[in-house]
Design a protein around this ligand. Structure first.
Ligand SMILES: [Zn+2]
Length: 419
């Protein structure tokens, strides 16, 4: 059942004296909570969410997934709770700021005359959290009920890798009990008219190459030095980097998510000016799209090392191998419900591979389809940047988007294998 189009306009309370929409007021209140690394005020976030759960009359589960790391889950039970549920995921933490580069206090949620709200988390991703909440609030006020159960999940540590949040939680029985069929999680702003949706992510590989060599006195031509090998290794990686950059720049239809990025991030070695070192190391940050054969790519790395000289070894600090992508085929029931809801709002969607990493990768890794989507168009991409902001009109439109998406996704009929 779809909700009435013209339901009552209810937000988190009455309009404030200056006429601000109550959803904007709630958004700005949430932005002021200092859930910022390295010491996020997790208690403030949990207190805030507890209050919202009471307002929405939804049960709130707090699960301590790792010591000090609480995942909060509000559950809106559907009329057909035996069917798989829909997950609306968001993270409560935000990255640090360099306050001296900001026009306004990054935790004051200042709103300028244009309606731009400046705060850390305004795009990444406190906007989405409040949009989920306000969409649920409005749907409830219209008396609408979902068929499939909806879970609103709030995770604590996405910005530091999600290891003590989502990555651990997906392995626990409490997660399985949620019986999730489809998930929404964060995306990125789009500076144009369209909205970007992400159906997969690149795999990060962090690799260090160890180049051993003959040591000796700095006054001689020693053969087989660590530095010569290091240079070869660096050349191979950076030549490849150049080719990938070319590929990105010469193809209209490629985005960052479609190519492998390579960046040399650390170099180590040497003890003195006149001592030829016995080893030099170089480290790279690689981000590999799901279309690349990872076994072949590692063989390529082995070849580069072999070509650079004897006894070169490498090790990974991080090596993600999951290449699950979420179907964006029109025959997929979840995607077709998602895209039809967006189409009904005249939204244009641009499908991309997410260039960096989010908690969606852990959800996809356990076989659950997930779409990364933050409904922000006409907005520069400012996540993790100075002066991160979101315009209040764009923010408010996003609530309307979820008012369509939640009914569409929870109305997906029983699929093969479902009760
Ligand atoms: Zn984020």
């Amino acid at each position: 059942m779809l909700p009435d189009k013209d339901g009552p306009d209810v937000g988190g309370g009455q309009r404030s004296p200056d006429g601000e929409d109550p959803s904007v007021t709630l958004f700005r209140e949430y932005l002021r909570l200092k859930t910022v690394h390295p010491e996020p005020d997790y208690d403030a976030a949990v207190r805030f969410l507890s209050r919202i759960a009471v307002e929405l009359e939804l049960p709130l589960k707090k699960i301590e997934v790792c010591p000090g790391r609480v995942v909060s889950i509000m559950t809106w039970e559907g009329t057909e709770p035996q069917l798989k549920s829909v997950l609306l995921n968001s993270h409560t933490d935000v990255v640090p700021v360099y306050q001296e580069h900001w026009k306004y206090d990054a935790f004051k949620a200042f709103k300028d005359a244009k309606g731009d709200i400046y705060a850390r988390g305004s795009q990444d991703m406190k906007c989405v959290t409040i949009q989920y909440i306000q969409a649920v609030r409005k749907l409830k006020a219209q008396g609408w009920k979902p068929a499939r159960t909806v879970h609103l999940m709030f995770v604590p540590d996405e910005e530091v890798g999600g290891h003590k949040g989502m990555e651990t939680f997906v392995t626990q029985p409490e997660f399985q009990k949620l019986n999730i069929g489809f998930a929404l999680d964060e995306g990125l702003a789009n500076p144009g008219e369209a909205f970007t949706v992400f159906y997969g992510e690149r795999n990060p590989w962090w690799i260090t190459i160890h180049c051993p060599g003959s040591p000796g006195h700095g006054s001689r031509f020693v053969e087989n030095t660590a530095a010569e090998k290091l240079r070869q290794v660096i050349n191979s990686f950076l030549d490849f980097r150049e080719k990938e950059k070319q590929r990105l720049n010469t193809s209209e239809c490629f985005t960052l998510g479609d190519v492998t990025t390579v960046n040399m991030t650390m170099v180590k070695g040497g003890v003195a000016y006149n001592v030829i070192p016995a080893e030099m190391d170089v480290s790279f940050d690689l981000r590999i799209p799901p279309t690349v054969n990872l076994q072949d790519f590692e063989r390529q790395i082995q070849e580069w090392c072999a070509e650079a000289g004897q006894d070169i070894t490498y090790e990974f600090a991080q090596k993600h191998m999951n290449q699950n992508i979420t179907s964006t085929d029109d025959t997929d029931p979840w995607w077709s419900a998602f895209s039809a809801a967006c189409k009904s709002l005249n939204m244009t969607l641009e499908k991309e591979i997410f260039p960096a990493a989010t908690d969606s990768r852990f959800i996809r890794a356990v076989g659950i389809p997930a779409i990364g989507f933050s409904p922000m168009n006409r907005t520069p991409i400012l996540l993790h940047d100075h002066n991160e902001y979101l315009n209040e009109e764009v923010f408010l439109k996003g609530i309307g988007v979820y008012e369509r998406l939640i009914p569409a996704l929870t109305s997906v009929p029983a699929l093969a294998g479902e009760a």
